[in-house]
Design a protein around this ligand. Structure first.
Ligand code: PMP
Length: 317
């Protein structure tokens, strides 16, 4: 877009004074960096950071919602506990307790006047070119306005040629920065083949997950999801399982072959950024049930009520 036309569009949208630097921040955006609040424009990292060279870092992804009880970060405790646990298994010293992290995230939202937002804490390393655990650890918390990662449409998935990493080689149940090279390759390959997203298999050829979300399939009134082992067992996955308990929907965690998924009645992805997203097809093959009649669609509605702190009623017909 020519710069003058872009300027006119920003003026029309009332965004010109915000001076967007890129889609994630403006010149006024504040982040939490090593215990202080500072402008994103003025924060920087050492180019010798081990995280930049080797991907040694741990991150989280949370969402806040404008609920009827004010702005609330969904499952804040669980997300920051996972960040702390991830840092612990990676040997990174993070000098904040979960409550301090939660309060800092709320302040980032407040200082940036954000309500419905995505929050990204990242623990990263100081300078270290050796293949040893870094002594210097930094923490930053960013937040920006971000809609559902895949939008509202049903998703066309393609089975990836990239496998999920083997849990014998990496801590695949933690959100470790470098592991997402694998996710980027899988999503990019899927897009280049005309799909919305990739579906990854594990080293045994069983269904694992999407590059940034877990999967459930419905068959004859039961929901199935891959068991722990090769997946990141997401906080949304856990929420879905607890919604199913409340709604009396049976859930089974087990290994799932691609052929089983192909013959399912319906399927969906779930994750903090993804929300609950119905799947239209896998490798261009659709499902038997219309999404609106699927268990996933009911769970999507129940999840929406839960994040917005609204009550949900469900009638079994
Ligand atoms: N699997 C992977 C690989 C992910 O990156 C994510 C998103 N962080 C998920 C699953 C879903 O996790 P959560 O529900 O905790 O966001």
């Amino acid at each position: 877009m020519p710069p003058r036309f872009f300027g006119a569009v920003l003026f029309f949208l009332g965004l010109d004074k915000l001076t967007l630097v890129n889609m994630y921040y403006t010149k006024d955006t504040i982040l939490f960096f090593n215990g202080k609040f500072q402008k994103a424009m003025e924060a920087g990292i050492d180019l010798y950071s081990q995280s930049l060279h080797y991907g040694f870092g741990v991150f989280e992804g949370l969402r806040s919602y404008q609920t009827q009880h004010g702005v609330k970060i969904f499952k804040a405790q669980e997300h920051f506990d996972r960040l702390k646990e991830g840092c612990k298994i990676m040997g990174m010293a993070l000098p904040y307790n979960t409550e301090e992290l939660i309060q800092s995230a709320y302040q980032v939202l407040q200082k940036n006047h954000l309500t419905d937002a995505y929050i990204r804490p990242l623990a990263f390393a100081g300078p270290n070119m050796e293949l040893t655990i870094p002594k210097e650890v930094h923490l930053v918390i960013f937040a920006w306005k971000w809609g559902k990662y895949h939008g509202e449409n049903l998703l066309k998935l393609g089975i990836s040629s990239f496998q999920r990493p083997n849990s014998g080689g990496l801590h695949t149940d933690a959100k470790i920065s470098g592991q997402y090279v694998n996710s980027i390759l899988a999503t990019s390959e899927a897009r280049s083949r005309g799909y919305d997203e990739a579906l990854m298999l594990d080293m045994n050829g069983d269904i694992a997950s999407a590059p940034g979300a877990n999967i459930f399939m419905e068959k004859e009134g039961v929901l199935f999801t891959p068991q722990k082992g090769y997946i990141l067992p997401g906080i949304t996955r856990k929420t879905v399982i607890s919604i199913c308990k409340e709604l009396d929907i049976p859930v089974v965690e087990k290994s799932i072959k691609p052929e089983e998924l192909e013959s399912a009645d319906s399927a969906f992805l779930c994750g903090t950024a993804t929300d609950i997203a119905g799947i239209e097809s896998i490798n261009a093959k659709g499902f038997k049930k219309n999404w609106n009649q699927s268990l996933g669609s009911t769970i999507q509605e129940a999840y929406r009520c839960q994040v917005l702190e609204k009550s949900f009623s469900y009638v079994i017909i």
